[in-house]
Design a protein around this ligand. Structure first.
Ligand SMILES: Nc1ncnc2c1ncn2[C@@H]1O[C@H](COP(=O)(O)OP(=O)(O)OP(=O)(O)O)[C@@H](O)[C@H]1O
Ligand SMILES: [Mg+2]
Length: 377
């Protein structure tokens, strides 16, 4: 654990009967941009507050640079937090807001001056040092809040939904700026968000949390292409879920839905033959074929009726009723040649859904056909 900037070992936090964080094991590397991603109430803020020292774990230990910090109060930890509601002092100008903490620590004047200037340079606000918060845009105010944390030269910066208050356009811009700042300062960032797109855009690695537990940790493309649980498959992007019993079909596993409809499970199947399996396939991996059209041998095939067509510019999103599964599938097609020979499907049309079996992601089900429905569609 010495190799990690932060290491959480079996960390559990209970508030009375409620378990906010359950048995969390997590190692975050030096200089990593690491995100905690999950729905409201899953324990993200609680986890950050324990790292910062505002909250004590009920069980387990937290190590910063290999040192157990259980006994260290917040101000002794080399960690700084930027909260969602960054309260700047309205009556103080930018540089005084940034200098505030250093003045309270009674640092020498010239050191304060130097560190404030450095921090303002990092967030590119040197030319606004005499402005009051009310004279700045939302994104600039957010950058002042960031400078106020960076000025303390923390080895770890904790960011709790810091862009939550900004509109979408500014948010996107600040996401890129934050990434640049992270690269420039080279410190560890732990970033909390419930927005999967934001986490995918910014992070080196992401921990996906659900109801106090970490479901999966991985790089963005890893989580998207290889989700290991139904929750992750549904929370990161959109997934179509398929369940059924596996039969042997040559050297493949096969789930058959009658009338030639089939889903191949690539070997080695994680479920054994005769077992119930659950798998996920992404909307952009599926192609739509005319009813009479031959679908390549060895491809997965289902049939359905187009219900909804949403033209999205670059792509068209289809919602398709698949009677064999009593479920609606989402399919995304690139609008490659809409203007010429490619015609959009229209609601009511029957269609064949086909995809290569390598796109199927077998999920662990706990072996129960009554596994909870959590469809993201
Ligand atoms: N001080 C507290 N006392 C009692 N319960 C708490 C306390 N702080 C958090 N909780 C509970 O712990 C759970 C996790 O809360 P937490 O704030 O960590 O969620 P979150 O993932 O940050 O959610 P959000 O995305 O809405 O900010 C929630 O059920 C919350 O009600
Ligand atoms: Mg929170």
């Amino acid at each position: 654990m010495d190799d990690f900037a932060i290491y959480l070992q079996g960390v559990t936090k209970r508030f009375g009967a409620l378990t906010a964080v359950e048995n969390m094991d997590l190692g975050i590397g030096h200089g990593e941009f690491f995100s905690l991603l999950g729905p409201s109430g899953c324990g993200k803020t609680t986890t950050l507050r324990m790292i910062a020292g505002f909250e004590e774990p009920t069980e387990g230990a937290i190590f910063l640079d290999g040192v157990d910090v259980a006994k260290l109060p917040p101000f002794r930890r080399n960690v700084n937090t930027v909260f969602q509601n960054y309260a700047l002092f309205p009556h103080l100008n930018v540089e005084k807001n940034v200098a505030f903490g250093l003045k309270r620590k009674k640092l020498p004047k010239d050191e304060i001056e130097r560190r404030v200037t450095d921090a303002l340079r990092m967030v590119e606000l040197e030319d606004r040092r005499r402005y009051k918060p009310s004279q700045l845009s939302g994104g600039m105010q957010q950058r002042v809040a960031l400078a106020r944390a960076l000025v303390n030269l923390p080895s770890v910066l904790l960011l709790d939904e810091p862009l939550g208050a900004l509109d979408l356009k500014l948010r996107r811009q600040m996401q890129l700026e934050l990434k640049h700042i992270h690269r420039d300062v080279g410190i560890t960032f732990i970033y909390v968000t419930h927005d999967q797109e934001e986490a995918l855009t910014m992070s080196d690695r992401i921990a996906v949390m659900n109801a106090g537990r970490v479901e999966q940790v991985g790089a963005p493309e890893d989580l998207y292409e290889h989700p290991r649980t139904r929750f992750v498959a549904g929370f990161i992007g959109i997934s179509n879920f398929i369940e059924g019993r596996v039969q042997r079909h040559g050297n493949m596993g096969l789930v058959s839905f009658g009338d030639g409809q089939r889903v191949f499970v690539p070997l080695p199947p994680e479920g054994s033959l005769g077992d119930y399996v659950e798998l996920a396939v992404r909307p952009e991996k599926i192609r739509l074929h005319e009813m009479g059209e031959e679908v390549p041998e060895g491809y997965c095939l289902l049939r359905g009726t187009v219900r909804d067509v949403v033209y999205l510019g670059m792509t068209t999103q289809y919602k398709i009723d698949v009677p064999a599964l009593s479920r609606q599938f989402t399919v995304l097609e690139q609008n490659v040649e809409v203007a010429s020979d490619q015609t959009l499907w229209v609601p009511g049309e029957r269609t064949q859904l086909a995809w290569h079996p390598s796109h199927n992601r077998v999920l662990p089900t706990g072996g129960s056909p009554s596994a909870q429905e959590e469809d993201a569609a």
